[in-house]
Design a binder for this molecule. Structure first.
Ligand SMILES: [Zn+2]
Length: 81
């Protein structure tokens, strides 16, 4: 398996992650933050296999994130009902 099995270059922005404008109902609109709407500025999209891998790893990532959350301050714990 290679990384290109998991992701593919965004067709909308050709991998730049940038999009100066977009078309809505056939009318060109300026894109305020300049990020590609399709890939959210990443420049690539996940393939179906990429999405599967993401779902496989999601619980582990959530565990890591939860472990990194700082414990609430002592006062906040005391005030809790
Ligand atoms: Zn894009």
């Amino acid at each position: 398996m290679v990384i290109n099995d998991l992701k593919q270059v965004c067709q909308q922005c050709a991998g730049s992650g940038r999009q100066a404008a977009f078309s809505e109902w056939g009318i060109a609109q300026i894109n305020p933050d300049g990020r590609c709407h399709t890939c959210r500025g990443r420049g690539f999209e996940l393939t179906a296999l990429g999405h599967e891998l993401l779902e496989l790893l999601r619980p582990f990532v959530e565990e890591i994130v939860a472990d990194r959350q700082p414990a609430p301050p002592k006062e906040a714990q005391d005030e809790a009902p």
